[in-house]
Design a protein around this ligand. Structure first.
Ligand code: GMT
Length: 379
């Protein structure tokens, strides 16, 4: 019966990051449809808002014993999962990341007395980073093969997973989505004033966790070329390992007055709505959720022709693709678009339409529910 309400356990890394966002948003959408959601995580997912009587949170507590060199998070998680499976009579355990979460789920299923079905969603980092690590390859493959259903956030990630790990498992592509109630064009002119962005200036934006793979330095170099020609500002949102280096680079390039480092921020939609262009120039990116967030706020994007980015950006329609590191071309595209108001308007409208057509939360939610039913029916 495909209308029955399902009891779903969800495990993700609940801190900032695309996979945590998707897992949490999905949990909330499922709850709105009447399914019962049990988050099993180390802390309350950061995007979790409001109160729902059918969303529960089970905290994984990791004790630090002097005998162990490392706190056994994975085992504590598996134990908690097994408890929740039995106590709450879960039908599905939906884990985000094969490593370690699918492995924990398999162990939990072994320990529990109910035949819970495991659905694993691959987001990239575990495959493209950990998959290279020989000591983990076998385990990631095991996590995928022993899951009842596996999904990935882009076709590119499916290819990469199959190539790197030699798995035969069917992997369904289910794209990411944004919460339409949160991400839409939000006008707040006073914000521009607060950030001292004047009316004649264009605003470029980049959002990431400032890991090396995000190549924030390329974003800054592109901006340097743009600001030489067009009055503009660059807003950098997020924080991470490369943050200080990037501040230094901005100083060296003499563009401190034009680059705003905001650190981590909430209400991203309001900030995105101020922007004229979004840059994501990563060397690895299995999807690029921030691109969707930008497009949902009517912002055209320039991205690298890497991973899943070409599945999100349609070149010459809602943005442009460049080869990795091609700062020259990216700045040419940026200057061209920012100096042609009509073209920019077309791109912006296409961006809004594109998100609605291909990444609408209602569609994506239905695809996940179908996968749950397939898992339950043994398809
Ligand atoms: O990109 C990150 O550093 C965070 C990472 C995560 O695990 O949250 O993001 C991955 O999952 C997102 C949601 O599916 C995708 O939008 C990102 O492209 C993906 N990151 C990488 O592949 C590097």
């Amino acid at each position: 019966n495909n209308n029955r309400k399902i009891k779903i356990g969800i495990t993700c890394y609940p801190t900032v990051g695309g996979s945590g966002v998707i897992a949490t948003e999905l949990g909330m959408l499922l709850a709105k449809q009447g399914h019962e959601i049990h988050f099993i995580t180390s802390s309350i997912p950061f995007r979790l808002k409001d109160h729902y009587s059918n969303i529960f949170f089970h905290e994984v507590e990791v004790n630090h014993y002097p005998v162990f060199q490392y706190p056994p998070y994975d085992l504590a998680l598996a134990n908690k999962m097994a408890e929740v499976i039995d106590n709450e009579k879960l039908d599905i355990l939906h884990v985000h990341y094969a490593m370690p979460h699918a492995i924990c789920a398999i162990l939990a299923k072994d320990m529990a007395s109910r035949d819970v079905k495991i659905v694993t969603t691959l987001h990239g980092t575990d495959i493209t980073v950990l998959g290279i690590d020989k000591s983990l390859k076998k385990m990631i493959r095991h996590g995928i093969e022993k899951s009842d259903k596996v999904t990935a956030v882009s076709h590119s990630l499916v290819h990469q997973t199959k190539e790197m790990l030699h798995v035969n498992k069917d992997i369904d592509v289910i794209y990411n989505f944004v919460d339409e109630e949160e991400y839409y064009v939000k006008h707040n002119p006073s914000l521009k004033e607060q950030y001292k962005i004047s009316e004649n200036e264009k605003l470029l934006v980049h959002i990431s966790n400032f890991r090396k793979v995000k190549r924030v330095q390329d974003v800054i170099h592109v901006f340097k070329k743009v600001v030489d020609v067009i009055p503009s500002k660059l807003m950098l949102i997020g924080d991470g390992p490369e943050y200080s280096e990037m501040r230094q680079l901005v100083k060296e390039l003499g563009i401190e007055q034009n680059v705003l480092f905001l650190g981590k921020q909430k209400n991203i939609a309001e900030l995105l709505s101020l922007a004229d262009l979004k840059l994501l120039l990563s060397e690895k990116e299995s999807f690029g959720l921030v691109l969707l967030e930008a497009m949902a706020c009517g912002v055209p994007c320039i991205g690298t022709n890497v991973g899943g980015i070409p599945e999100v950006i349609v070149p010459d329609e809602n943005g442009f693709l460049i080869e990795l590191g091609d700062v020259e071309r990216a700045s040419d595209y940026a200057i061209n678009l920012l100096s042609d108001g009509d073209k920019w308007g077309r791109f912006s409208r296409h961006a809004l339409k594109h998100v609605k057509q291909h990444f609408h939360s209602t569609n994506i939610l239905q695809q996940y529910v179908n996968v749950y039913h397939q898992a339950l029916n043994g398809d």
